[in-house]
Ligand binder design. Structure first.
Ligand code: M6R
Length: 610
C-alpha cells in the first residue's frame, strides 16, 4: 500500500525522504518519487521501480531544499509508470501532492478540469488534486485546502508542498492513516512510525477530518472543515529502531518468526496471572452483566487475522458456549449481517488500518454491537474507533507475511476465552488453571521447535518445484492448515490449498497424484484416528506426506513419509505450536526459490483500500 513521507527542517531533505521511504518499503510498492522546494521552485524526481532506481536517478540530478514530500506507490489507478508515480504537480508546478487512498469521484472532477482547459499527464486519481489546488488557490493555503477537500470523495491522506508557501508543509487526513513527527527544529509526516524514529519519538496521530501545518518551529493541527485549531497530546513511541530492523537475520520474516516466544510472553505479561490462576484485562471495561447479555459473538477480519479468528471461534465456544461466527470483512460489510446490541463483534487486525475490517467495525457499531478490536498498532484507526481494545504485543511486523501477529492474535483469543469464562463461570476452575498453566509454557515450547528447525529447511527445499502443495487437518488443525497454505502461496507463489481432511473424498482427492506434497496436521487427539485414515487415502494415491504431530506419537511413522514433532500440549492449544513449522516451510521454500521473501509480488503489508 502507498507510503507517504514528508520533511521540513535543516537536515538534508532528500536523504531524510529517501531513507524514510526505505522504512516504508515493507508496505509494498511499484514506484517511488520525491519533490522538494529548493528555495526558488518545486523540483521533483520520480520513477517506476524501487528505491534504488530513484537513488540512481538522484545521483545524476540531486534535489535540494528544506521542505519536501515523498511517496511509494502501489498502483490502483493506472499501471506502474514514471508518469503515474507521485508526487503529482499542476501544470504551473506550484503544488506538489502525494496521496494515499482512493478518490472515488476523480473521473467527474477530471472531466470538469479538462473542460476548463487543464491537461492531465497521468492516469491516476491523485493528479486531480494537484490541478484542483492550482484552480482553487485563493492566496491562503488553509482555505484552499478546505476548498479542495470539499470536492473530494473517498479516502485520502495527503502531503502538500506549495510554491506559494515553502516555509510550511501541509498534511490532510480523511480515512487513510497519516502521522506527524514533531522534532527539534524539524517536523515530519509519514504513513508509519518506523520512518520517523530516526528523527523523533514524539508523534501526533492525525484524525479523519483534520489537517496539519508543519513548520520548522511547530506543528499545528486544525479541523479541516472549520480551520479551528485542535489540541492533541503527543504520543511517545516507546519501542526502538532496533526492534524494527533485521537484527542479524537475513529477512524480517525469519526474525519475526524467531521473535514469537518474546512476543507471546509480552502479550501474556500483566494479563495472565500464573499465581492467582486467572486472566485480567485491565483495559477492558465490560461488566459481568454486559457479558451475560451477549447471545452471539461475531469475529470479522481479513487474511491471516481471519485465520486467527477461526481459532478464536473454537476457543471461545469451548470456554463460554456462546455461538461464534467468523467472517471475512470484505463479505461481512456488503451484506445485512445479523448483529445487534446483544452481539459482541471482535475485529482482528495487525495493522489496525485494513479498510474492510474498519468498515465492518463501523457497520457493527452502527447496528448497536459492542466492538472489541484485537490489534497490534496503538493509535491505529481500528484501535481508536473500537469500543474496547486488546493490544497484541508483537512489536512492529515488517514482513508482508504475517507470523508473530498471528500467534499473538491467537494467544489473545485464549486469554479472552478464559476471561469470559471467569465472568460467566462457564468452565471449571480446574480447567481454567490447566489452560493458564499450559499457555505459560508456550514461549519455551516454541523456542524448542525453533531450535530444531533444520529438518523443515530440508523438507522445504524438497517441495520447491511442486505444482501444488496441500495442507490437511481436522478441527483446529484444519484452521491452522488454512494459515499454513496462505503463508506458502503468499511468498513461494506455489499453488496451495488447505482442506478439512474429511472433505478430501468430496472432490480434492482427484488432484492428488504421484509425489504431490501433502502437509498433514495430526495434533487433535479426538480425531487422530480419522486423520490417519485420511492419510492412508492420500498415500494410496501417491501423495508424499509430511506429518506434524506431538512428540511421542510414534504411530504416525508407519503412515507418513516424513515427520515433524511439536512438544506435547493440550489439544486446544496446539495451534500456537503447530503453525510454527508451517511458517518455516513457507519461509524456506520461498528462500529456496530465490523470491523476495519480505516483499512478495503484488502484495502490500497494509491494505488500506478495499
Ligand atoms: O493488518 P491486518 O491484520 O488487518 O491485515 C489483514 C491481512 O491483509 C493480512 O493478514 C494478510 O493476509 C497477511 N499478509 C498474510 O500473511
Amino acid at each position: 500500500m502507498c507510503g507517504i513521507m514528508g520533511y521540513i527542517g535543516a537536515k538534508e531533505t532528500q536523504k531524510v525522504l529517501t531513507k524514510g521511504l526505505g522504512k516504508l518499503e515493507y508496505r509494498g510498492y511499484d514506484s517511488i518519487g520525491i519533490a522538494l522546494h529548493d528555495g526558488t521552485a518545486l523540483q521533483y524526481n520520480k520513477t517506476e521501480g524501487r528505491l534504488q532506481d530513484l537513488e540512481e536517478k538522484l545521483e545524476q540530478e540531486p534535489l535540494t531544499g528544506s521542505v519536501g514530500i515523498g511517496h511509494t506507490r502501489w498502483a490502483t489507478h493506472g499501471k506502474p509508470s514514471d508518469e503515474n508515480s507521485h508526487p503529482h504537480m499542476d501544470a504551473k508546478k506550484e503544488f506538489a501532492v502525494v496521496h494515499n487512498g482512493i478518490i472515488e469521484n476523480y473521473l467527474e472532477i477530471k472531466r470538469d478540469l479538462e473542460e476548463a482547459g487543464y491537461t492531465f499527464v497521468s492516469e491516476t486519481d491523485t493528479e486531480v488534486i494537484s490541478h484542483l489546488f492550482s484552480r482553487l488557490y485563493d492566496g491562503d493555503m488553509v482555505s484552499t485546502i478546505q476548498k479542495v477537500v470539499d470536492r473530494l470523495e473517498g479516502a485520502y491522506a495527503l502531503g502538500v508542498v506549495s510554491q506559494h508557501d515553502p516555509d510550511n508543509l501541509y498534511a490532510v487526513r480523511e480515512a487513510s492513516p497519516l502521522i506527524i513527527g514533531a522534532g527539534d527544529g524539524e517536523a515530519l509526516i509519514s504513513s508509519d512510525i518506523p520512518a520517523l524514529l530516526e528523527h523523533t519519538r514524539d508523534i501526533y496521530i492525525l484524525e479523519d477530518g483534520e489537517m496539519a501545518i508543519l513548520s520548522e518551529e511547530n506543528v499545528k493541527l486544525l479541523e479541516t472543515n472549520t480551520g479551528k485549531e485542535v489540541s492533541r497530546d503527543l504520543f511517545t513511541v516507546d519501542w526502538d529502531m532496533e526492534q524494527a530492523e533485521k537484527n542479524g537475520f537475513d529477512h524480517f520474516m525469519l526474525k519475526e518468526i524467531f521473535e514469537q516466544p518474546t512476543a507471546l510472553q509480552k502479550t501474556m505479561t500483566g494479563r495472565l496471572d500464573e499465581n492467582a490462576k486467572r486472566v485480567d484485562f485491565d483495559e477492558l471495561n465490560w461488566t459481568d452483566v454486559q457479558i451475560s447479555q451477549w447471545n452471539k459473538i461475531t469475529i470479522v477480519a481479513c487474511g491471516t487475522a481471519y485465520h486467527a479468528g477461526l481459532i478464536g471461534k473454537h476457543v471461545i465456544e469451548e470456554m463460554t458456549r456462546i455461538p461464534v461466527d467468523v467472517e471475512v470483512a470484505s463479505e461481512f460489510r456488503y451484506r445485512r449481517p445479523i448483529v445487534d446490541e446483544n452481539t459482541l463483534v471482535i475485529v482482528v487486525s495487525q495493522s489496525g488500518e485494513t479498510a474492510d475490517t474498519l468498515a465492518a467495525l463501523r457497520q457493527s457499531q452502527h447496528l448497536g454491537a459492542n466492538v472489541l478490536a484485537i490489534t497490534n498498532v496503538v493509535g491505529s484507526s481500528i484501535a481508536r474507533e473500537a469500543d474496547e481494545v486488546i493490544l497484541t504485543m508483537a512489536g512492529p511486523e515488517i514482513a508482508v507475511a504475517s507470523t508473530k501477529a498471528y500467534t499473538t492474535q491467537v494467544l489473545s483469543f485464549y486469554l479472552l476465552g478464559i476471561y469470559l469464562a471467569q465472568s460467566k463461570k462457564s468452565v471449571s476452575q480446574e480447567y481454567r488453571e490447566k489452560l493458564i498453566d499450559t499457555l505459560s509454557h508456550i514461549p519455551e515450547q516454541i523456542e524448542e521447535i525453533l531450535d530444531h528447525s533444520k529438518g523443515i529447511r530440508y523438507y522445504s527445499e524438497s517441495i520447491k518445484d511442486a505444482k501444488s502443495v496441500f495442507f490437511i487437518g481436522r478441527g483446529l488443525d484444519y484452521a491452522v492448515s488454512l494459515e499454513g497454505s496462505l503463508k506458502l502461496k503468499e511468498i513461494s507463489y506455489i499453488h496451495s490449498e488447505a482442506y478439512a481432511a474429511g472433505e478430501l473424498k468430496h472432490g480434492t482427492l482427484a488432484l492428488i497424484e504421484e509425489g504431490t506434497p501433502m502437509v498433514s496436521l495430526i495434533t487433535q487427539d479426538e480425531v487422530s484416528e480419522k486423520m490417519l485414515a485420511n492419510i492412508k487415502e492420500v498415500k494410496a494415491r501417491g501423495a508424499k506426506v509430511l506429518g506434524i504431530a506431538e512428540e511421542g506419537n510414534l504411530d504416525i511413522w508407519e503412515y507418513v513419509d516424513e515427520t515433524c514433532f511439536i512438544p506435547q500440549t493440550l489439544s486446544l492449544v496446539t495451534p500456537l505450536l503447530n503453525v510454527i513449522p508451517l511458517q518455516l516451510i513457507a519461509y524456506y521454500t520461498s528462500l529456496a526459490l530465490g523470491n523476495d521473501v519480505d516483499k512478495p509480488r503484488n502484495l502490500a503489508k497494509s491494505v488500506t483500500v478495499e
